[in-house]
Design a protein around this ligand. Sequence first.
Ligand SMILES: NC(=O)c1ccc[n+]([C@@H]2O[C@H](COP(=O)([O-])OP(=O)(O)OC[C@H]3O[C@@H](n4cnc5c(N)ncnc54)[C@H](OP(=O)(O)O)[C@@H]3O)[C@@H](O)[C@H]2O)c1
Length: 426
Amino acid sequence: MLNPKIKIAIAGVGTVGKGLIDLLLKYKNKQTKIEITAIASRRKQEFKGGIFRNTVFFSDAKKLLKFHNYDILVELIGGEKGVSKDIVFNALREKKNVVTANKALVSKFWNQLHSLMEKNNCLLKYEAAVAGGIPIIKVIDEFLLSNKITKIYGILNGTSNYILSNMLSYNKDFKDILSEAQRLGYAESNPKFDIDGTDTAHKLSILSSLAFECYNNVSKIDNEGIENVDLQDLEIADSLGYKIKLLGITELNNKNINNFVYPCLLSKDSFIAKIDGVYNGIVVESNFCKKSCFVGEGAGAHPTATSVLSDIISLSKKRKNCFKQSFKFSYQETSLQSRFGSYYLRFTTYDKPGVISGIANQFKTFNISMKSMLQKETEIGNSKDATIVITTHNCFESNMMKALKKINRLNFIRKKTVYFRIENFK
Ligand SMILES: NC(=O)c1ccc[n+]([C@@H]2O[C@H](COP(=O)([O-])OP(=O)(O)OC[C@H]3O[C@@H](n4cnc5c(N)ncnc54)[C@H](OP(=O)(O)O)[C@@H]3O)[C@@H](O)[C@H]2O)c1
C-alpha cells in the first residue's frame, strides 16, 4: 500500500541538505508525494519553489524538539552530540521515523538507537552515512539477507583515496596533495577524521554491526590513518606491483570479529586497488553470492542526497514499520595483535656489512620468513645510507611488532622502520 503523502522536517541545510533540496525540487514521482513541513537552517538562505508552500522555517534545529507536524525527521547537521543527537533521540521517542547521514552518531549510539526503535516501533535509516552514493546499507540489510556475510572490506573515505592516488600520480608529498584537496573541496578545512582513519572506522562500525548483527563499538576498532604514508613507499610499492590504500576491513573469524582500519598494500590487479581518486569501493563476501563489488562516489551533495532521498521514499512506502532485531549475536572483537598476514618493511640503515644478517636473526627469533628483498643506496652528505625493502610471508602481527622493536634498537638502524600490512585481496 502506498502512502499518499509524507511529511518531512529537514534539520541542517549545508552540503547534503542543499543537495537534498535540489533533488526534491526536481523529484517528480507521483507515487510518493513529499511535503516539507519544516526546515531548520542556521545560515540565512533563500528557499524558492512550490515545495515550500507549507514549510515553517527555523534558524535553530532545537526548535524541532517542540515541532510535531512531520512523519520523518531528516537530520543533516552532523556530529555525535549536541543538537543533532537531541533531535534524533527526541524524534524516535515521539515514535517518528528518522533519516540521517550522520555516521558519527549512528556508530556511537547504535545500541541506544536500536533499542528506541524497537521499543517505539519506528525506524532510523542511514544509507547516506556510509559511502554516499553506493547503496551498501540496502545491500546488506535487504539484498543479502538470505546470505551469510563473512567479510566486508573497502575504501570508505574518498578524501584519503584522493590523497594517496594523487601523491603517486603527481609525484607530490602528502601535505601538497592535502592542500590541493582542500582547495578543490575534496577535503574539509579540518580533515583530521578523514586522514586519521576515524571516518573510516565510523563507517566500518556501522557495516560490521549491520552485517554481523552485533554492535561493533567504534572505539574498539584498531585504527591507523594515512598521515605517515611517504611518497617513497607509494613508489616502491608501485614498483613491486602494489598500491597503497586506506582500507576498512571487517570479518568473522570463528567466534571473533576482526575490525581493522589501516593503509595497506594491495596487488594492482585487485578490484579495490583499481579504485582511485575520490571514489569509494566496497567488497562484500558471502556464502551464496561469493563476492559482490561496488564502486561509486562516496561523498558530495548529490550522491549523498540520493541516499537520503531513497531512505525517505522507502520509509514512505512502508505502511507499518517492521523492525529487524539487530543485535542478536555476540562476538569477541579482536585486536590487531592477532592479525595473521604479510608485511612490507622499509629499513633505513648504515650501508655496512652485517645489516641483512642482523635483520634476519630477529626474523628467525620471531618466526618471520622473507618473501622478497631489494636494496638501494642513498647518499646523505658524506655518509651512505641503505634503504632495504623486505616483504614477508604471513606471520602474526604480535611477532612482527616484537621483531621490529628489537630491530629498531640495532646500531645500524638510521630511522624508525616503516611498515605496511599487505592484503592479498583479489
Ligand atoms: N558532505 C558529504 O559529502 C557527506 C557525505 C556523507 C555523509 N555526510 C554527513 O552528512 C551530515 C551533514 O554533512 P554536510 O557536509 O552537509 O555538513 P555541513 O555542510 O556542515 O552542513 C551542516 C549544516 O547544519 C547547519 N547547522 C549546524 N547547527 C545547526 C542548528 N543548530 N540549527 C540549524 N542548522 C544547523 C550548519 O550551519 P552553518 O552553515 O551555519 O554552519 C550547516 O549548514 C554529516 O553528518 C556528515 O557526516 C556528509
